[in-house]
Design a protein around this ligand. Structure first.
Ligand SMILES: NC(=O)c1ccc[n+]([C@@H]2O[C@H](COP(=O)([O-])OP(=O)(O)OC[C@H]3O[C@@H](n4cnc5c(N)ncnc54)[C@H](O)[C@@H]3O)[C@@H](O)[C@H]2O)c1
Length: 431
């Protein structure tokens, strides 16, 4: 079997991420000056949160992009020029890409055979037992097998369990497909995708020199700086980055809970720690750390090391335990049985409409278990059970800022106490 194309190695065999291979010299730095060929690109998972902004970005740089997705509702919306989810700047950009004739929704799976570049960006979840759904990528490959052909470049864009790319490479070889395989994990933050896909350096790995070169040319056409590493290093760089973020949020959340339990004002502690003190300035604010990526990627990483990622599990306990903590504090301070609690924000983070794995729903369930009536509102999330903000504010005995959407800063929140673990309103957490 051909070996993966290694990244340049430094002292002690460590990968040197930012040392380009000579053949990449012409694409380093990317930017508008880079002359890249116009490519036919097929995006599997092209109507999803990662696939669609990337597809739009590539289409606006002159490539011809075809979207393949099993979600018929999302496909129909995109074909009509309607974004299936909120993303800054995307509605205009989508229409522009469609009008220019550079973006289209595939009429059938066979359209993939026309693509020179196949971008694979389907979900890679963990299951109900926190085990990675290892078959996710392979099932998709089997589905599209009839339309893969020699000469294509395949780019794995999903966040993957370590070793997945190697498994895909073995599968391609077993299928006797001469396809260049690259690993280029997505690192955007939802909501800022269109801006960030051009601004963030792009990690590029490949199993052949041609795969690295072709993927680098593709991403340089977006204006990205290229960071070349090996395939496993690329997988881990993405997973470590998300786990690190998750651990940092957990530290802030645990500090909040400790300060409250010790009878200290966390906001005062935070101010004292961070004011003009650079070594603590990067402490994040406490808050519900959730969503479709950080938690599941930390668990994927743990599963890949015999579930001995102790820091990752500790972070999970702190972050996932915060709704229980808030529930207990509310019970102690206001009582819960027979009370009405209003939750402001059901999205997993501010400014998006995505409620996947949002801890607001976990908090809701816990409060209801205590006998509280829970009224929920969110200006972005599409959920028929949600109420207008005014109705929630009018009926609630206590309000909780569950998602710090900017609109709540200016909103009339009435007289009920407001629990705000983020200190978003600047009045302290009051938990
Ligand atoms: N959401 C983020 O902010 C983010 C950021 C970086 C990386 N990632 C990673 O990107 C990957 C995708 O995440 P997402 O948030 O875009 O998920 P998503 O669910 O929004 O998108 C995945 C898309 O794939 C489609 N799909 C599923 N099976 C398919 C198939 N067999 N054929 C064609 N389409 C299929 C789904 O219908 C969906 O539209 C995951 O690995 C995730 O961890 C996500």
């Amino acid at each position: 079997m051909t070996r993966p194309h290694p990244a340049p190695r430094g002292a002690f065999g460590a990968a040197v991420a930012d040392r380009p291979a000579p053949s990449l010299a012409r694409v380093q730095g990317g930017g508008p000056g880079v002359v890249a060929p116009t490519l036919d690109i097929g995006v599997i998972g092209g109507c999803g949160h990662v696939g669609l902004p990337l597809a739009i970005g590539l289409a606006l740089r002159g490539h011809h992009v075809c979207l393949l997705d099993v979600n018929a509702t999302a496909r129909a919306k995109v074909a009509r020029g309607v974004m299936p989810f909120a993303e800054e700047g995307a509605p205009e950009a989508l229409r522009q890409a469609l009008d220019a004739g550079h973006l289209r929704v595939a009429s059938e799976e066979a359209d993939l055979a026309e693509a020179e570049v196949v971008l694979l960006v389907v979900g890679t979840p963990v299951d109900g037992h926190l085990s990675p759904a290892l078959a996710a990528i392979h099932e998709v490959l089997e589905q599209y097998r009839p339309h893969l052909r020699d000469g294509q470049l395949m780019v794995l864009r999903s966040t993957m369990y370590p070793g997945t790319a190697e498994g895909v490479w073995r599968w391609l070889q077993a299928q006797r497909l001469q396809i260049d395989l690259a690993v280029c994990p997505e690192r955007i933050a939802q909501g800022a995708a269109l801006r960030e896909i051009a601004e963030l350096p792009q990690i590029v790995a490949g199993f052949t020199p041609a795969a690295v070169d072709r993927a680098a040319v593709l991403f340089a056409s977006l204006g990205c700086e290229i960071v070349q590493v090996g395939p496993k290093e690329a997988e881990l760089a993405k997973l470590f980055a998300n786990a690190w973020r998750y651990i940092r949020f957990a530290a802030a959340n645990q500090f909040l809970m400790m300060a409250e339990d010790l009878g200290a004002d966390f906001e005062e502690v935070f101010r004292a720690m961070t004011h003009n003190y650079p070594r603590a300035a990067d402490l994040p604010r406490p808050g519900f750390a959730a969503g479709p990526c950080l938690f599941k990627d930390t668990m994927q990483l743990s599963a890949s090391t015999n579930n001995r990622f102790f820091l990752g599990h500790a972070a999970m306990m702190a972050n996932e335990g915060l709704p229980q903590y808030v529930t207990a504090r509310l019970r102690g301070r206001y009582g819960l049985s027979g009370r009405t609690v209003g939750l402001l924000g059901m999205a997993f983070k501010a400014g998006v409409d995505d409620a996947r794995d949002s801890l607001a729903y976990k908090l809701k369930a816990l409060l209801e278990l205590e006998g509280a009536t829970v009224l929920c509102t969110d200006p972005y999330v599409d959920d028929p059970a949600l109420l207008p903000l005014g109705a929630v504010v009018a009926a609630a005995d206590v309000l909780v800022i569950t998602t710090p959407h900017p609109c709540y800063r200016r909103a009339e929140l009435g007289r009920a106490p407001v629990v705000d673990i983020w200190n978003f309103l600047g009045r302290g957490s009051r938990v």
